[in-house]
Design a protein around this ligand. Structure first.
Ligand SMILES: *[C@@H]1O[C@H](CO)[C@@H](O)[C@H](O)[C@H]1NC(C)=O
Ligand SMILES: *[C@@H]1O[C@H](CO)[C@@H](O)[C@H](O)[C@H]1NC(C)=O
Ligand SMILES: *[C@@H]1O[C@H](CO)[C@@H](O)[C@H](O)[C@H]1NC(C)=O
Ligand SMILES: *[C@@H]1O[C@H](CO)[C@@H](O)[C@H](O)[C@H]1NC(C)=O
Ligand SMILES: *[C@@H]1O[C@H](CO)[C@@H](O)[C@H](O)[C@H]1NC(C)=O
Ligand SMILES: *[C@@H]1O[C@H](CO)[C@@H](O)[C@H](O)[C@H]1NC(C)=O
Length: 324
């Protein structure tokens, strides 16, 4: 294991100021955009030391530590026991070294914590081919309950037993960006609450060969989805469920069934969506006047949707240049 300390400057600067490079961890000074940039921002373990793990049990130990840490995962670590969701506590960055690091056979669990970054990882391998619906095991890629300020970035999630990403029970101020959500039944769920308070940004993600929940957003106060690409969606794509309010911009849907739909009390405002060979229903504007304006909260840039699918997966998943 290798221990290094970040430069002194990093701990003196506030997240809104450019953070100095973190020694021995490329691009580890980056902080969240979108809704995760509000409410004090999301900088994970930027104020703490950097540790590198090559053994699963060290990941489990450091993820539960009572101090800020940047935890680099080097290589694909095998979960033990199968399906275990590594509990991650506040003020952590968990980041893969290069493009082939992560967890196989398990995921992450975040319960009542704040300020966590999960970045540049591969998470897969609890899928049971005899159980496509995933009803037998509750082995998620990441389950987050009642937490705030979470940034999931450049993660490749695929083939797990239950959900790939489940944001539950009032988890708030979340950004999921540049991630690939692939080959799965119930891909991305948001809800498990009667309250309507959660705010989530989902941008530059690739939903690939998923059946349902891209996401299923139940009682989401503000869901901002932009620059996403959906391909081979067999059940449905985006679902505004319960009292959710979704702003869906610059998105490309290809071979998708029911690409974007609202339930009876859900609202949707859409802006420049492109559909290629899609079937089923598209609910483009459902009480759009009641949908929020994302520019009231943060700045962001939209891609031309015609550019989105040409060079897959250039915008998502683990990168060779991060965490090294
Ligand atoms: C990270 O550090 C590098 C090198 O000092 C700097 O160029 C870059 O702007 C910093 N990025 C952020 C987001 O603070
Ligand atoms: C989340 O936690 C707060 C404070 O602990 C609690 O009051 C609230 O009921 C929880 N929300 C849910 C949906 O569990
Ligand atoms: C997309 O899904 C197909 C299976 O339908 C799979 O072969 C391919 O590897 C996936 N692509 C990515 C980038 O995950
Ligand atoms: C589409 O996704 C389904 C699983 O949802 C998979 O069985 C099929 O091979 C995929 N088709 C393509 C063309 O990737
Ligand atoms: C829609 O809202 C009405 C009035 O609040 C409520 O009675 C009904 O159960 C809601 N339906 C759904 C599917 O949420
Ligand atoms: C259109 O989508 C269907 C799945 O809904 C797929 O089987 C078919 O190959 C697609 N056709 C073209 C021309 O891409």
């Amino acid at each position: 294991m290798r221990f290094t300390t970040p430069t002194l400057l990093a701990s003196l600067l506030s997240p809104s100021v450019l953070a100095a490079a973190v020694a021995g961890c490329a691009k580890c000074n980056e902080t969240a955009h979108g809704f995760a940039s509000l409410n004090g921002g999301t900088k994970g373990g930027l104020d703490g030391k950097v540790v590198t793990v090559t053994r699963y049990k060290d990941l489990v130990t450091f993820a539960a530590a009572n101090e800020p840490l940047i935890i680099r995962i080097q290589g694909i670590l095998k979960a033990d026991p199968k399906g275990f969701e590594v509990p991650v506590t506040s003020d952590k960055t968990i980041i893969g070294v290069g493009s082939d690091s992560g967890i196989n056979g398990g995921g992450f669990g975040i319960k009542k914590q704040r300020n966590v970054i999960i970045r540049n990882l591969r998470v897969s391998g609890t899928y049971n081919p005899k159980d496509y619906p995933g009803k037998g095991d509750d082995f998620d890629g990441i389950q987050i309950d009642n937490s705030t300020n979470i940034w999931i970035d450049y993660v490749h999630f695929s083939q797990m037993a239950d959900g790939l990403i489940d944001l539950r029970a009032d988890t708030d101020y979340v950004t999921v960006s540049r991630s690939i959500i692939s080959q799965h039944n119930k891909a991305f769920g948001i809800g498990w609450t009667q309250n309507v308070i959660s705010k989530v940004t989902i941008n530059d993600c690739f939903f690939n060969s998923t059946n349902v929940r891209g996401p299923s957003a139940d009682n989401l106060k503000m869901g901002h989805l932009y620059n996403n690409y959906y391909r081979n969606i067999t059940g449905y794509g985006i679902y505004s469920r319960g009292a959710s309010s979704l702003l869906v911009e610059n998105t490309y849907f290809e071979d998708a069934h029911d690409p974007i739909v609202a339930g009876p009390n859900g609202t949707i405002k859409s802006n420049w969506l492109k559909f290629k060979n899609c079937t089923g229903e598209t609910h483009l504007n459902v009480k759009p006047e009641s949908v929020f304006k994302a520019t009231d909260y943060y700045a962001y840039s939209l891609r031309d949707p015609y550019d989105i699918p040409i060079d897959i997966p250039y915008f998502g998943g683990p990168q060779t240049t991060i965490g090294i």
